[in-house]
Design a protein around this ligand. Structure first.
Ligand code: HEC
Length: 100
């Protein structure tokens, strides 16, 4: 119940356009273990992902699929494991990443 409330809260804050809410989602879902805004770690930076997908039609949907199902071969040799636990937050995360 507590989780549900915080998810709803995070979603409504995001809807009002606060970037911080999704930065917190990235922390909550442990995306930051492998990603950062502009320092390459195990995964590509949020900025690299945004640049690669800039102007692509349905980029947010493609990123949601990559987040929930995993991704490989797009940025390097290391694949990203599926982040099934982040499914509910994936649309907000995808939009936030594309805005970096
Ligand atoms: C275990 C390390 C790891 C974790 C944890 C991780 N990622 Fe990744 N991520 C990667 C790697 C590695 C790639 C590059 C995969 C490739 O080359 O296709 C990647 C790629 C991506 C991409 C680009 C996919 C595309 O289609 O362009 C997105 C978006 C992304 N990650 C989001 C997330 C989000 C959001 C989370 C947290 C829910 C997360 N990642 C957690 C390692 C990780």
């Amino acid at each position: 119940m507590k989780l549900l409330i915080s998810v709803c809260l995070a979603a409504s804050v995001f809807a009002s356009g606060a970037a911080l809410a999704s930065a917190e989602l990235a922390t909550k879902n442990k995306c930051n273990t492998c990603h950062s805004l502009d320092k390459k770690m195990i995964g590509p930076t949020w900025k690299d992902i945004a640049a690669k997908n800039k102007g692509k039609k349905d980029a947010d949907k493609a990123l949601v699929a990559s987040i929930t199902k995993g991704s490989k071969g797009q940025y390097g040799k290391i694949p990203m494991p599926a982040q099934a636990g982040a499914a509910a937050d994936a649309p907000a995360l995808a939009k936030w990443i594309l805005a970096q």
